[in-house]
Design a protein around this ligand. Structure first.
Ligand SMILES: [Ca+2]
Ligand SMILES: [Ca+2]
Length: 468
């Protein structure tokens, strides 16, 4: 199934420039902030990375959990806290935008639930803003992480469909990249059905709404589900309130203090923007390659239900990785596609919250992962390939450790026999290329970790195309 759809995909040479500074991605967030504390949590983390993106909208919406209210004032409060620490963040990395620029793009949607807010009379500051952002003479796509309901985006697309030609509508749709944290109203299924070419990542869980426990995004901070006594896949001790109090909320300045106490799980919405973070691991246009935000494959999930309506088109949805858990057991799990990176992304957040209060030489900064060769290499079965992290460095002068990870699920090669990487914890490693019957791809992830506090990790992705 996976192979068939990959052949249908056309994509740019995405990795060719991976070792150069990539172009910033454009981001526009929809959030049902205030429905429970986790959107506010995600907004805090999001703001520590805003120097990596062109953030073009922060829109307050409704959802199934908050049907008659939108709360732009809460976004404003958190952005104002960012304003208090922006100068300090700039000591550590450049590019953090002016507070005023972020305040200007906070917009409300209509305070009505789902498709009740789509159609004549439902234009809002939020939906009009979405249209104006997409309409800009900027060829880059607009990424839309959706943390609640999607009806503000639905209204924007409804209006464009009503008022423009089919060609104009196609061009508008082609600029959007949507990731919704499940369907939190009935507009997600409508969007997918009405705009069959709309790029859409959604992890719905394997049952109808309510069964969020099955959703990929729960890997951010959830444990093994269904709960099995004695089993512990991910490390829960680094996502609980005690850890967050110690590393984010208390004695870490005004932005960290805006990260509220967890009621359900920490930051269920964060996976929607995690793969946009520039860390050398994720490639936003390739959800099937995986990253901190998880891994997703393009298919039509016919046996699953969204508000009792079957899907009729391919979407990017749940995919499983086999990952060794904290307890030594192997887990085949969609949520593991996120939790396999948990230590790395939690440490990264802690470091960036340090940046909001500490001078440069008292905080840690990520290493620079480099390869001594190209990201994409054509190899032959039986050949020995040398993998080199030559040129990797650390801005703080920290010592570096290396790990070469075979990311089996990200490639096409599905041999039962895993290739052995020799010296996989060294700067230079080797791999004997296994036998392939047809051309196959194998993904090897270089993870470079420093010995600062907290330890930080950056990546490079090597894609081997194996010729028979
Ligand atoms: Ca939410
Ligand atoms: Ca460092």
């Amino acid at each position: 199934m996976k192979h068939v759809f990959l052949l249908l995909l056309t994509f740019l040479p995405l990795l060719a420039t991976a070792q150069q500074t990539p172009q910033k991605v454009r981001v526009l967030v929809l959030t049902d902030i205030e429905n429970e504390p986790d959107d506010a949590q995600s907004m805090v983390r999001f703001l520590t990375y805003v120097n990596q993106w062109d953030v073009e909208g922060l829109i307050a919406t409704t959802s199934v959990h908050q049907r008659n209210r939108v709360a732009p004032e809460r976004i404003r409060r958190i952005v104002e806290a960012y304003g208090k620490v922006r100068n300090n963040l700039l000591l550590h990395e450049k590019g953090y935008p002016e507070t005023e620029a972020l305040l200007r793009i906070i917009k409300p949607s209509v305070a009505k639930y789902g498709m009740n807010a789509v159609g004549p009379g439902n234009d809002s500051e939020g939906s009009e803003h979405i249209i104006s952002v997409v309409d800009k003479a900027d060829p880059r796509p607009v990424w839309v992480p959706v943390w609640g309901g999607a009806n503000c985006l639905a209204q924007a697309l409804w209006k464009v469909r009503q008022t423009r030609t089919p060609d104009e509508l196609d061009r508008f749709v082609a600029k959007l990249r949507v990731y919704t944290i499940s369907d939190q109203d009935d507009s997600g299924p409508w969007l997918r059905k009405t705009f069959p070419n709309l790029f859409f990542i959604v992890s719905p869980g394997i049952h109808d709404r309510g069964a969020y426990e099955y959703s990929t995004w729960r890997g951010i901070s959830g444990d093994v589900f269904p709960f099995a006594p004695g089993f512990a896949g991910p490390d829960s001790s680094i996502v609980n309130n005690a850890w967050l109090d110690a590393n984010i909320r208390k004695n870490h300045g005004p932005l960290g203090a805006e990260h509220p106490h967890t009621v359900y799980i920490m930051e269920g919405d964060t996976p929607s923007f995690f793969n946009l973070i520039v860390n050398g691991l994720s490639v936003p246009e390739r959800p099937d390659w995986g990253g901190w935000g998880g891994r997703y494959e393009l298919y039509t999930p016919r046996t699953r239900k969204w508000f009792s309506e079957p899907e009729t088109r391919p979407i990017w949805s749940d995919a499983e990785d086999q990952v060794k858990g904290k307890d030594g057991n192997y887990y085949d799990s969609n949520k593991a596609t996120i939790w396999r990176w948990r230590q790395h992304y939690q440490n990264d957040f802690a470091a960036r919250i340090d940046w909001t209060v500490k001078p440069y030489n008292e905080a840690n900064h990520p290493p620079v992962a480099k390869l001594g060769h190209a990201n994409e290499i054509r190899v032959k079965s039986g050949e020995t390939v040398t993998l080199s992290a030559d040129g990797s460095s650390d801005p703080d002068g920290n010592a570096l450790t290396y790990e070469w990870i075979y990311y089996r699920e990200a490639g096409t090669f599905e041999s039962a026999r895993l290739p052995i990487i020799k010296n996989k914890d060294q700067k230079v490693a080797t791999l004997v290329v296994p036998k392939a019957l047809v051309p196959e791809t194998m993904h090897i992830i270089l993870a470079v970790t420093d010995n600062g506090t907290p330890a930080l990790t950056r990546y490079q992705r090597v894609i081997l195309t194996v010729m028979p």
